[in-house]
Design a protein around this ligand. Sequence first.
Ligand SMILES: *[C@@H]1O[C@H](CO)[C@@H](O)[C@H](O)[C@H]1NC(C)=O
Ligand SMILES: *[C@@H]1O[C@H](CO)[C@@H](O)[C@H](O)[C@H]1NC(C)=O
Ligand SMILES: *[C@@H]1O[C@H](CO)[C@@H](O)[C@H](O)[C@H]1NC(C)=O
Ligand SMILES: *[C@@H]1O[C@H](CO)[C@@H](O)[C@H](O)[C@H]1NC(C)=O
Ligand SMILES: *[C@@H]1O[C@H](CO)[C@@H](O)[C@H](O)[C@H]1NC(C)=O
Ligand SMILES: *[C@@H]1O[C@H](CO)[C@@H](O)[C@H](O)[C@H]1NC(C)=O
Ligand SMILES: *[C@@H]1O[C@H](CO)[C@@H](O)[C@H](O)[C@H]1NC(C)=O
Length: 922
Amino acid sequence: MTNRYFFEMLYVAASCIQTWVILVCTLIVTPFHCMASLKKATCIVQDDRADCSHLSLSSVPQDLPSNITSLDMSHNRMTAAHPDSLKQYAGLLHLNISYNSIKNLDEGLCRNLAQLQTLNMMHNQVYLLKKEDLSHCTKLTWLNMASNKLKLQGEPFSLLQSLEFLDVSNNKLQSARLGSQPQLPSLVTLDLGHNDFTTLKSEDFSFLKDSPFLQVIHLMSSVSLEKLEPGCFKPISALRILSLDGSRKSSTLIPDLCSELSQTAIGTLSLRDIGLKNLTNRTFLGLNKTNLTLLDLSGNSISKIEDGSFQWLSGLQTLNMTGNNIKHLTRGTFNGLKMLKNLQLTKALVKSQKSSLPVIDDFSFQPLSNLESLKLQNTAFANITENTFKGLMSLTELDLSWNSYLHTERKLTNKTFVSLADSPLRKLNLEGNALVAIEPGSFLCLKNLSILLLDHNFISQMFSGKEFEGLAQLKELHISNNVQAIDLTPESFVNVTNLSVLTLGKSLKAETLNHDSSPFRPLSNLTVLDLSNNNIANIRENMLEGLDNLRVLKLQHNNLVRLWKMANPGGPVLFLKHTWRLISFDMEFNGMDEIPMEAFRNLSHLRELTISNNLLNNFRHSVFDDLTSLKVLRLEKNMITSVRAEVFRSPLSNLSVLVMGKNTFDCTCESILWFVTWLNNTNTSVPGLRDQYICNTPLLYFNDSIMDFDPLSCKDTTPFQALHILTSTTVLMLILIALIYQFHGWRIVFYWNILINRTLGFSDAKVEEGKEFEFDAYVIHAEEDTRWVERLMYPLEQKTCRFCLEDRDSIIGMSQLESIVNNMRKSRKILFVVTENLLKDPWCGRFKVHHALHQVIEDSRDSVVLIFLQDVHDYKLSHSLFLRRGMLHERCILNWPPQKERIPAFYQKLLIALGMTNQLQE
Ligand SMILES: *[C@@H]1O[C@H](CO)[C@@H](O)[C@H](O)[C@H]1NC(C)=O
Ligand SMILES: *[C@@H]1O[C@H](CO)[C@@H](O)[C@H](O)[C@H]1NC(C)=O
Ligand SMILES: *[C@@H]1O[C@H](CO)[C@@H](O)[C@H](O)[C@H]1NC(C)=O
Ligand SMILES: *[C@@H]1O[C@H](CO)[C@@H](O)[C@H](O)[C@H]1NC(C)=O
Ligand SMILES: *[C@@H]1O[C@H](CO)[C@@H](O)[C@H](O)[C@H]1NC(C)=O
Ligand SMILES: *[C@@H]1O[C@H](CO)[C@@H](O)[C@H](O)[C@H]1NC(C)=O
Ligand SMILES: *[C@@H]1O[C@H](CO)[C@@H](O)[C@H](O)[C@H]1NC(C)=O
């Protein structure tokens, strides 16, 4: 709301200086906001109305439906309203071109818009206005030309036969005379405020001579009226309402004004905020011939009222003196106001720091025998005496609220209201009177009192029952917002048995209701009982017994958590069992976490149930089932996880409003499926459904709206479960396989190849052991390691075995590659002398390695032996030689020992490695 208002203000400014707006926007709001609201994309057409306001348009759009009857072009940048641009909207009844920069009113406008009834041109720059400009506007009933720069030429309004409302305020007009001939026969309301004329001349209103319906003139004026010529209102004798509100210099003019008005039918005179300071017995003299019924003098600074000031206003019914500075009311002040019904003295007598308290003399109100309502709200005066209100024979309503000086002892006594003994008082407002006590018999005189307001005091006492003696007619007793220090007894309300409404919110001592006999027992007519905000922890099951008519019960903000617990000694306290007519029940903020099965039994009339802001989670099935009339259910901010049919189907079935947001919903099929389905199909209003109904569990839906829960996911759960198991097993299997492959892949490939080779017979694996191999081992080494091979391998050769060394044993006449292949085939083992050099060896080493592996796989021979001369990382090994240590039998992996004494052992191992069987060892 405030935002909207703010932007309204901006638009007002926009018509003046666009750049200023943008400046303010960027200063005050974020630029984004500013742009977002200044730019509405296009006109909005709804039914037969087009809204093109605030679009920075410089002309009327031509693409609107031609049958529109209302067009709003306000707050744009038009400098002219071209008749042709409106031609096609000939059916227009209402045109708003306010807040533009239009410089004149073209006569063609009304010619093209012959049906036009209302024209709003306020806040433009129209200067000259001629008769021709409006000559075709004969159907016009409402014309607003406020806030232009009007200079009238001739009789511009003389042809407006139907005009009922004309506003030419704020135009710097030099005269109230809008024409010289009688015209505007239908005019009812004329606003001339905030113009530059200071005198009303005798003939100024003669142009309204033939306007029999004229009732209202606003002469509100910033530059004020200073002079009234005799007879200035004579031409407008039908005038009923005149307002001079805010015309600050006009106070001295009032006597003259009144005598001028004596020739009119004036009924309402509003003189708000015009700087009146004194009223004398001549101020309103001129009004003695009129039938003035309402005089508004509010917002002035009247401090002195001479006796008899109002004696001329014998027909006055309403006198508003709100917000003045009156020091003294005497027996003569209200003399002559014998018809007065409403007297508003709100803030009319105030205590300033220097001055003493204003005084109301005894019998001041005696002339007001017809007064029905007296408002003395926020009014400071010293004392209510035994005669203060004497003579108010018709008074039915007395408002003394927020008057902290009133009762010097801060008590009501049996004397306080004796002056009202003859008044048929029905309503007495004593809110905010700083009262601490009510003595017995205080209201004894007020036999007709029906409503008594004692809220916002400091009453702290025990009510014995005598306090309310005499109030047999009392229907409403409000004692909320006192200081939680009132004690009740079983007799407290025995004298007010007609009570229908009793409010005791934030007033009672916490333990005062924990007694066997309830103070409410005599109140069989009670319909509303408010016991909220009292911190009550204990009440008895019979507290409401006998309250057969109770409709509304308020128990919010107490401490009744124990009451409804199963674990409560003696079982849950079912205090609602006597109130079967209950319509509304509020038990917010009580810390409740449990509702007993029988709590709401038989409450078939209950329409509104509020148990928000507790700790409720699980509800017993069918706990709400008797609430067949429920329309509003408030359960927000509890700990509710699941909303299931067993609990909620019945209470939600007829609901108009459900408020259950901010709970800890569990968005699983079991907990929420029924609720989401219900929400999707209901007409019940659920405020904040999108952002306040949030899943708390499971993780999948955490912080999502429950409306994002997919009911389809619950359809036929069995196949989905099966699918789920299937998918997860598959995934697990795949992971397992991937892992196995990762770590033992080579073995799998290896065995696979062997299997294939054996079955398909590509290999000579069946070739027996010890068959005619020419060499024991084919030695693969790097060029740089030749010396090592010669020095340390050759000696072995002489003893036991025979190596094939490529340099030495290559077959003459063959290509190098062929020779390698041949020799490998002739060797039982392939021996790698592993050093960094070997790994770095270019293509030759690679080729050999490749081939060796090929051979190994093809022949299914476990025939590779690695001799490590250096420590080589397994990663490098596999990278260059496609071998891992793990691929080989551990006997086939030999490390060249740095220590000399271990060399014999190394040889030994080497021989074993070379001599071992080539068959696979399972
Ligand atoms: C206006 O005319 C349009 C067609 O141009 C039509 O759909 C619409 O119903 C009409 N509206 C009225 C109020 O006649
Ligand atoms: C109010 O009346 C007093 C005399 O009763 C007079 O002195 C004073 O000037 C008056 N003030 C105005 C503003 O009329
Ligand atoms: C008005 O008050 C003056 C004294 O201030 C008094 O002489 C005169 O009689 C009063 N006139 C009326 C009509 O009460
Ligand atoms: C109004 O006052 C004038 C003079 O004070 C008196 O002649 C006339 O009778 C009064 N009229 C009424 C209706 O009181
Ligand atoms: C005032 O009211 C009476 C009766 O209600 C009526 O006869 C009289 O014409 C009215 N006076 C004016 C000036 O309207
Ligand atoms: C009296 O004036 C106050 C302040 O101008 C205004 O709020 C209130 O509505 C008025 N009361 C009546 C009954 O006109
Ligand atoms: C208030 O009234 C009491 C008795 O009615 C009186 O003693 C006291 O002086 C009065 N106070 C004022 C400020 O008039």
